[in-house]
Design a protein around this ligand. Structure first.
Ligand SMILES: Nc1ncnc2c1ncn2[C@@H]1O[C@H](COP(=O)(O)OP(=O)(O)OP(=O)(O)O)[C@@H](O)[C@H]1O
Ligand SMILES: [Mg+2]
Length: 477
């Protein structure tokens, strides 16, 4: 079962939420306190400037005149107090809100300090829940210790800050909600595409290659889906080829096995005369040879498919090899009344695997003897052309129809009317072996002449090693 938090959707939206929350938190922490300080400091600065402006207007005659502080309060919008230091105590002698209410100022450190020391002061003071901006300047220094104090509540400024705070929190809430919705929506669509790919991969893994893998979006996921699709097509082709191969191989195996079974039944008959028994045994031997060859061909193909068939690289003299194969097939050629000739006047060295070249040469010569009419000439040639070494097997048969030349190299493909014992694997194996040695096999056919040419990279050797007989490989191994 999927864990809800582990889904890409949930993780992406959580990440987005976190990023937005952190960004909003930083904005909140950076804006709110500095705004509060700025507003309060502005008011303190204003009071300071007002106090400095009022200072020269305070005269000895005015210190007991309530109008002086009232007019100053009206001008500045702040509470104005005139303080005097009497023995150890600082007392308010004039207060724009009424002298009987001045107890608070008499305890306030800025006002008391300025009155006592005669040094100007400013700042904020707190009384209960209320905060005040305050500026105090010494006045009438020649007459004694007096101070002019301007004080104003900063609740308005705090109110503005609270408003901003509230708006910011509201905006943050809305931002987070939008981020959550957008994040979840985007991630959900993204996750849907991933799930579709996951289902496609499961489908392919279970061997169903019929439904194409599609992705309607773009970007990396689209490229991933395209790669999945290429994989599906390739696997479907391989699967088809495998099925066809198994079906063909079983069919090819069944024919000689049936035949062998039939002969065994017949041999059971005690009435059988010696000549017929020998004839049956010869036929059975032929079927066993056919089965053995088929099994070794299938093994070669399996190894080729699995990439387990490795080839050596050594200088191989194709001329000597042509002579060798010709000698090997001469008795068979006599039996089929073919004229077998070799044209290899000088050494032709190929950079290849001797045993595998020999195997290819046998496949080609055997075909030339088996699939042509008796009496035709078969020629094996070795020649060098540029940096390519070539081995050609030519026969004077009726030729091969052009439209089937390529198909001949497919597994199990045989021309119509070909002898039944062939299984159609020889040329397929020959071509794959040639390619494994960086070579090719081409077929050129005109009426009356068929030439199979094996082309291999030429070896650059001064003195090649002699052709070794011990390395000879029996046909089909
Ligand atoms: N020299 C040739 N002349 C005419 N037809 C040929 C020649 N060589 C090959 N063919 C045709 O090509 C087909 C495929 O050849 P291939 O060698 O692959 O299979 P095969 O000879 O039928 O069976 P095997 O697997 O025993 O070799 C043959 O069945 C035959 O019809
Ligand atoms: Mg063959």
């Amino acid at each position: 079962m999927r864990h809800p938090i582990r889904s890409v959707g949930a993780q992406l939206s959580l990440a987005l939420l976190l990023v937005v929350a952190i960004a909003l938190g930083i904005v909140y922490v950076a804006v709110v306190p500095s705004l509060e300080n700025r507003l309060v400091n502005t008011r303190v600065g204003q009071l300071e400037r007002d106090a400095a402006r009022l200072r020269p207007t305070i005269r000895q005659s005015a210190i007991y005149d309530p109008d002086v502080v009232a007019t100053a309060a009206a001008k500045t919008g702040a509470r104005v107090i005139l303080m005097a230091q009497l023995s150890d105590t600082a007392l308010a002698i004039q207060d724009s809100v009424g002298a009987q209410l001045s107890g608070d100022v008499e305890n306030d450190p800025i006002a008391v300090e300025t009155t006592r020391t005669g040094r100007a002061g400013h700042g904020t003071v707190q009384e209960g829940d209320d905060h005040y901006a305050e500026a105090a300047v010494p006045v009438l220094e020649a007459q004694g210790r007096y101070a002019l104090v301007l004080r104003d509540s900063v609740q308005n400024q705090f109110g503005s800050v609270h408003l901003v705070q509230k708006r910011l929190l509201l905006a943050a809430g809305a931002g987070l909600l939008i981020a959550l919705l957008l994040g979840y929506g985007g991630a959900w669509m993204f996750a849907r595409r991933i799930r579709r790919l996951e289902r496609a991969a499961d489908r392919i893994a279970s061997g169903r290659f019929d439904e194409p893998v599609r992705d309607t979006g773009g970007g990396e996921l689209r490229r991933l889906a395209d790669a999945f699709e290429r994989m599906r097509v390739r696997l479907a082709q391989l699967d088809d080829a495998r099925r066809e191969f198994v079906a063909n191989a079983s069919h090819e195996l069944r024919t000689p096995l049936f035949s062998l079974g039939g002969f065994l039944e017949l041999l059971d008959d005690e009435e059988l005369d010696e000549a017929t028994r020998k004839e049956f045994l010869a036929s059975m031997r032929e079927q066993v040879v056919r089965l053995t060859k088929l099994a070794s061909d299938l093994l070669d193909l399996t190894r080729l498919d699995a990439g387990r068939l490795t080839v050596e690289r050594e200088p191989v003299d194709l001329s000597a090899l042509a002579e060798e194969v010709a000698e090997e097939f001469r008795p068979a050629a006599r039996g089929t009344e073919h004229v077998l000739e070799v044209s290899a006047p000088e050494p032709v060295f190929a950079d290849a695997d001797e045993l595998r070249v020999l195997q290819i040469a046998r496949i080609l010569v055997e075909n030339a003897l088996l699939h042509t009419s008796p009496g035709t000439a078969v020629q094996i040639r070795a020649r060098l052309s540029d940096d390519r070494a070539m081995l050609e097997v030519e026969d004077d048969s009726a030729g091969i129809p052009d439209d089937q030349c390529d198909q001949l190299f497919e597994r199990f493909y045989r021309l119509e009317g070909t002898r039944a014992s062939g299984s159609g694997l020889g040329l397929a194996i020959a071509r794959e072996l040639a390619e494994l040695m960086d070579g090719t096999i081409e077929l050129a056919t005109r009426s009356g002449r068929t030439v199979f040419t094996l082309t291999l990279p030429a070896a650059s050797v001064a003195a090649p090693p002699p052709f070794s007989r011990e390395k000879m490989l029996p046909t089909g191994t």
